[in-house]
Write a protein that binds this ligand. Structure first.
Ligand SMILES: Cc1cc2nc3c(=O)[nH]c(=O)nc-3n(C[C@H](O)[C@H](O)[C@H](O)COP(=O)(O)OP(=O)(O)OC[C@H]3O[C@@H](n4cnc5c(N)ncnc54)[C@H](O)[C@@H]3O)c2cc1C
Length: 425
């Protein structure tokens, strides 16, 4: 079975994954002498930085997702197939997917990273991760179902474990989701559930490191600690979750917290596709590439974004941060280099330009670190809003997000507190 892609005279670039990296590459190849094929298991691009707002009922999933077919409507010699790539045969320049096979001239792996449960099967089974729209929606359903269950709980213990939410991981995702949950508990839930005492609901953040946001400065860490504590989030530092049975989370030597909702934001690992030489993989399951994003083990095979570990950038000996900017910049550079390969010109090595990092903790509360300026508070929060709005694809989506944010800001009234159950046929 094949994927029915027409053959043309132009060399075929197959891109696995339409995330930040794959999408940027495809866009930059527009109008060039290539046939571009994007393969993705979803039919939409998702804006992961705002997933936590979908999970906490702040945004509709459709405002942070964009269908590939709409994005590339006007692009000639572009093809999309919604398939899951299963195996690569580099020596045959061939790929196997769940719907058939496809041959390539150049292959770009841009399939990102998934959740890392560090081999703990119980945590994998019972915890709620948040790396995709489906996972964020599952979490939203669960959170609101737990509140309903708490109302009808037969005893205090049952009520507590329905109400408590534990977040594991104190990076930007963990900090942002803990802040959003706390705002919901403090301002919104008491109006919806007047019979319930939400002062009994605990939001707990468990962090393995000695500080939050450990990839940012100590100043940003201590400010986010201050913000979260002022919002009644309990924080445990230097703490390692050892197990979770769906009812209790166990951490450190013998500490435990009753909770039916454990949000896992504690680590990522490269999404592995079978077929590559084992020597291709480095720490974190990332594919080791040179400064041209080429896989050293397999010619004409490239990796970009979260899955790639670029060797040779002296400023980032352990690889670039797994964030949107390195992914976008690698996609852009690889597009230019593919064009150069066709023209037999000298390639330009990838150099990451750090534009800074930021995290928001709640309304009027954010931390921002630009290359030459660090700041926090209301202005940082405004900057966070502008940067995220600018990065969302599509004017309609931007408007939808902006209207939601303004509405929520003034009314403290998230409108999406629906429990929508999927119906399996
Ligand atoms: C909750 C959350 C919050 C984040 N917040 C921020 C932030 O505030 N700022 C920031 O800079 N970064 C943030 N990040 C990180 C950022 O989203 C990633 O670094 C970025 O998405 C990486 O881009 P990518 O293109 O490499 O991979 P992705 O964007 O993950 O895209 C990978 C694509 O590959 C597809 N795919 C995977 N496997 C297969 C397969 N076998 N077959 C077919 N398709 C496949 C997926 O469907 C997906 O579309 C956040 C991430 C998460 C999860």
């Amino acid at each position: 079975m094949s994927l029915n892609i027409p053959t043309t005279k132009a060399p075929r670039v197959v891109i696995i994954g339409g995330g930040f990296a794959g999408l940027e590459l495809a866009n930059k190849l527009h109008g060039q002498n290539f046939q571009v094929v994007i393969l993705d298991k979803n039919n939409y691009h998702q804006f992961q930085p705002l997933l936590y707002q979908v999970a906490t009922a702040g945004l509709e999933p459709s405002s942070i997702a964009f269908p590939f077919r709409k994005l590339f409507q006007k692009q000639e010699n572009f093809h999309f197939r919604m398939v899951e790539v299963q195996e690569i045969y580099p020596e045959k320049k061939r790929l196997l997917t769940n719907k058939g096979e496809i041959f390539y001239d150049y292959l770009v792996i841009a399939n990102g990273a998934g959740n890392n449960f560090f081999g703990n099967t119980n945590i994998e089974k019972y915890a709620y991760p948040m790396k995709s729209i489906s996972e964020a929606l599952a979490l939203r359903n669960t959170i609101f179902q737990r509140f309903e269950n708490a109302l009808t709980a037969e005893n205090t213990k049952e009520k507590e474990s329905n109400l408590n939410i534990v977040v594991v991981g104190g990076g930007p995702t963990g900090v942002e989701v803990a802040g959003a949950l706390s705002e919901m508990r403090n301002k919104i839930l008491p109006k919806d559930y007047p019979e319930m005492d939400f002062t009994k609901m605990r939001i707990i953040l468990i962090q393995g490191d000695k500080r939050l946001l450990s990839s940012m400065s100590e100043e940003s860490s201590s400010k986010s600690d201050y913000y979260l504590k002022s919002m009644n989030v309990e924080i445990y530092y230097n703490s390692k979750v050892t197990n979770y049975d769906g009812e209790h989370v166990f951490f450190n030597e013998n500490e435990t917290i009753p909770t039916k909702t454990l949000i896992w934001a504690a680590g990522v690992i490269g999404n592995r596709i079978n077929g590559l030489n084992e020597n291709c993989y480095g720490p974190g399951g990332r594919i080791i590439v040179d400064q041209f994003n080429a896989c050293i083990q397999h010619p004409q095979l490239f990796a970009i974004g979260d899955i790639a570990l670029v060797n040779g950038d002296e400023n980032f000996p352990k690889g670039h941060p797994q964030m949107a900017q390195p992914a976008i910049q690698q996609g852009k550079r690889l597009a230019k280099n593919l064009i150069k390969i066709q023209k037999n010109e000298q390639l330009i090595p990838f150099k990451y330009k750090d534009l800074g990092s930021m995290a928001t903790i709640g309304r009027n509360k954010a931390v921002v670190e630009l290359p030459s300026w660090k700041f926090q508070g209301f202005f940082a929060w405004l900057v966070w809003i502008v940067v995220h709005l600018r990065s969302i694809l599509g004017i309609k989506n931007r408007l939808a997000v902006l209207v939601n944010w303004i509405w929520n800001y003034f009314t403290y009234n998230l409108s999406l507190r629906l429990i929508i159950k999927s119906k399996d046929k």
